[in-house]
Design a protein around this ligand. Structure first.
Ligand SMILES: [Zn+2]
Ligand SMILES: [Zn+2]
Length: 79
């Protein structure tokens, strides 16, 4: 099993309180999966390569679903 941060999906060596990559407190617990994430995507904010599953960019620490959430808010306002 591989331990992963639930936010940036980077592998974790042990069980830190805070992810050393994205700096988030791991209050929801860490993920245990049986694969190493290898596929990458470009961060929509800083353009650096991050794992496809990542919810937060480990470089600029922005939430990648922020834009989706903003779009949702807009849709709700139009209703
Ligand atoms: Zn992380
Ligand atoms: Zn970024």
């Amino acid at each position: 099993m591989v331990k992963k941060c639930p936010y940036c999906f980077e592998d974790l060596a042990e069980k830190p309180l805070k992810c050393p990559q994205c700096n988030q407190y791991l209050i929801d617990g860490i993920l245990e999966v049986d694969y190493h994430g290898v596929e990458k995507k470009n961060c929509i904010f800083c353009g650096k390569k991050i794992l496809v599953e990542a919810k937060i960019c480990k470089y600029c620490h922005k939430w990648l679903d922020e834009i989706d959430r903003a779009a949702d808010d807009l849709r709700h306002m139009e209703e």
